[in-house]
Write a protein that binds this ligand. Structure first.
Ligand code: SF4
Length: 288
């Protein structure tokens, strides 16, 4: 079996930085460590951290803590969370990815200038919730063509558009096109400010995954069930290769996936550790 593994598969810079920081805090060893939500969308990594004493907490639980260090993960949080940490007198380590921090600053600035913010992404994703938390005025989250078509811009208020860092670039372009048309129809074309805030790591990963999926018989996308960027990779690959599977670990592999396959492609989301990708690769090579 020929196996092609994407060079861009696995931890991106922002996730690696966040995970390394938590292990560094564990090594320093003298305080309780809490992460505000799971540090990454990967059950293996989160369970390993739990075994080492790291507790995953919710925003509501901040008020119940009496000490320790709270870690803000790479997805970032809204302004009110920093205020809450301050009011509760808690120490924290902020590992929000710099690319996400940049979006916080953009929406803060653009909304302070009186513009309506459009965030293209999933309103329930923690990164998007964090971005919303930095808008100082009105904002809308749009996730698909239907929502963009149904969106009615304010006739005078200019729009500033940003994107969730892991959003699909082609889908982003399609939604922006609809918003551009609406602005044109409203005679406010010059008032549309589009800021493509999709992370390069995501774009490159998606491009490479698409290319590989177009060349293989079976495509494997490795990642956590709740990882949005892995789900998007799966969608992209499925379009190119009908025989695409979403797996979390080698345990999910099944011989049915490889029937009539002579070439298998592997990619992985930003929260998939290197060792899991290697294990999947080994299993495919040896067992099938
Ligand atoms: S995908 Fe990009 S924006 Fe998101 S954590 Fe990784 S490097 Fe940062």
């Amino acid at each position: 079996m020929k196996v092609k593994v994407a060079k861009t598969a696995g931890f991106c810079f922002g996730v690696k930085r966040a995970v390394d920081k938590v292990y560094e805090l564990i090594a320093s060893g003298d305080r309780a460590i809490y992460t505000l939500g799971p540090i990454i969308h990967n059950e293996e990594v989160v369970s390993d951290l739990e075994r080492r004493g790291v507790r995953v907490i919710t925003e509501e639980e901040l008020e119940t803590l009496s000490g320790g260090t709270v870690v803000i993960r790479s997805h970032g949080v809204g302004r009110h969370v920093y205020e809450k940490l301050k009011v509760c007198g808690l120490d924290y380590v902020d590992v929000t990815c710099p690319f996400v921090l940049k979006i916080h600053r953009i929406v803060e600035r653009e909304s302070a200038a009186g513009r309506h913010i459009v965030i293209i992404g999933d309103k329930d994703h923690p990164e998007v919730r964090g971005i919303c938390g930095w808008c100082q005025g009105s904002y809308t989250v749009l996730k698909d063509l239907e929502e963009a078509e149904n969106f009615t811009p304010h006739p005078q208020k200019p729009l500033s558009v940003v994107s969730q860092t892991t959003f699909n670039y082609n889908k982003f372009k399609d939604l922006v096109e609809i918003l551009g048309k609406k602005s044109y129809d409203n005679n406010v074309l010059n008032m549309l400010n589009v800021l493509n805030t999709i992370c390069n790591a995501t774009e490159e990963r998606q491009r490479e995954a698409k290319d590989i999926a177009g060349e293989v018989d079976t495509m494997l996308v490795v990642g956590g069930r709740h990882s949005s960027n892995t789900q998007k990779l799966f969608e992209i690959c499925k379009k190119e290769c009908g025989n695409t599977y979403f797996i979390q670990t080698p345990v999910d592999l099944d011989s049915e996936m490889f029937q009539c396959s002579s070439c298998v492609g592997i990619t992985a989301g930003a929260s998939t550790p290197k060792n899991i990708i290697e294990e999947v690769q080994e299993h495919v090579r040896i067992k099938f």
